[in-house]
Design a binder for this molecule. Structure first.
Ligand code: PMP
Length: 397
């Protein structure tokens, strides 16, 4: 019956991560997967999360199904964090938000919704982008194209080429944008560039789908949401996928949200209904535990502040590691190419290493990064940054 089923070649990132686990070398270093580790190389349990969870355990109750759209206080807390407390569209009830299975679930529910109501549209993603963008939108039935983004030569952004490609798209094309901490390159638009891009999106009547998986890891929670909030301020229709996997270190709890900015409260009600219908036909309703943790932290002032402080410290640690690897590498190599380590933002840096160099880094030195050259700088720490920089300098010669 299943003779015709192909072998799954595996996801390149997750497979590499599994290979790392199997590698018997003591000194191996994993900078492949997008996970934040602390300075001891451990996956942190945030203090605010621990406290919220302890309070929940002390008050265990029954576990009914959540509503299909998710836990209502969670949905409200998502909106406040993504759009800002004082956002006018929010108080006017024009944002349709559902709880989702992480950022991936938000993209999937959004893609299914869009395929139903914009069946002719095509999707445009940055070149390069997180691989799963393509998989999710193709699986939902879309043709996925790319717009120029990363400039190999400078380690920066091809902003003019990006803008003119987007300026030539058909109305109602869906443009997937990374709000901050672009995965895989670490290259973001500045505020002035966002303003220009948003003007083009509006002029061309394009539909932005903003993916915000790293809010709080670029500058801070508010600045990282600049694009989303500016789109909202200008009343641009959009979808936003947000994730608490990274900024709450709650990867396995699958906490995310999908929000759609609508023209009226009545329209938002209809959109929530259709998002709910997409949830129903995918998995009926989302899980409870993680959503309760996030809600408790976000809606309890003391826990909220504790979480913000902890997240800010994580963000600072990444910035410190960027400086550390930059400085250590500059002992071996010079030139402008190194500035990418400090200019790029968030968890990832495109090192500029080619696939052969990446293979040598892994085989000879036990340092795992992606074959595209993407390094997760959030996996660096005071102990491994020296050996990593030394290994990179060796594969470069
Ligand atoms: N979008 C981007 C750009 C990501 O990097 C990730 C996580 N790697 C996601 C979405 C999905 O996040 P989640 O794990 O919450 O599904």
């Amino acid at each position: 019956m299943f003779e015709h089923v192909d072998a799954y070649p595996g996801d390149p990132i997750l497979t590499l991560n599994e290979n790392f686990q199997k590698d018997p070398r003591q000194e191996k270093i994993n900078l492949s997967i997008g996970i934040y580790f602390d300075d001891d190389g451990r996956l942190p349990v945030m203090k605010a999360v621990r406290e919220a969870e302890a309070a929940m355990l002390a008050d265990l109750g029954p576990k009914p199904y959540l509503p299909m759209a998710g836990f209502a206080p969670y949905r409200d807390a998502v909106q406040a964090l993504v759009f800002g407390d004082d956002c006018a569209t929010r108080t006017e009830g024009r944002i349709a938000t559902v709880q989702t299975l992480g950022g991936s679930g938000a993209l999937k529910i959004g893609a299914d919704f869009l395929k139903r109501y914009f069946p002719q549209a095509q999707v445009w993603v940055s070149d390069p982008t997180w691989e799963n963008h393509r998989f999710i939108f193709e699986r939902a039935g879309f043709t996925v194209n790319t717009y120029p983004y990363y400039d190999d030569a400078t380690g920066g952004l091809k902003f003019d080429a990006m803008l003119s490609a987007i300026d030539a798209l058909a109305p109602r094309s869906i443009v997937v944008l990374h709000a901050c901490c672009h995965n895989p390159t670490g290259v973001d638009l500045n505020d002035a560039q966002w303003e220009q891009l948003i003007a083009v999106l509006q002029k061309r009547e394009l539909l932005p789908f903003v993916d915000m998986a790293y809010q709080g890891f670029g500058s801070n929670l508010d600045e990282d949401a600049f694009a989303v909030r500016e789109l909202a301020r200008r009343n641009a229709p959009m979808l936003v996928a947000n994730s608490f996997s990274k900024n709450f270190s709650l990867y396995g709890e699958r906490c995310g949200g999908l929000s759609v900015l609508c023209e009226s409260a009545e329209q938002a009600q209809r959109v929530v209904g259709q998002l709910t219908s997409a949830v129903r036909s995918n998995y009926s309703n989302p899980p409870t535990h993680g959503a309760k943790i996030v809600t408790k932290v976000l809606t309890t002032p003391a826990l909220n502040q504790m979480w913000r402080d902890e997240l800010a410290a994580m963000c600072r640690r990444i910035a410190d590691m960027r400086v550390a690897i930059h400085d250590r590498l500059s002992r071996h190599i010079g030139g402008e190419a190194l500035s990418r380590y400090v200019k790029q933002r968030g968890m990832f840096t495109y090192t500029g290493l080619d696939a052969g160099q990446v293979d040598r880094l892994r085989e000879a030195h036990g340092v795992y990064i992606l074959r595209s050259g993407r390094m997760c700088v959030a996996g660096l720490n005071a102990r491994n940054v020296g050996p990593v920089a030394d290994a990179i300098s060796k594969v470069l010669v």
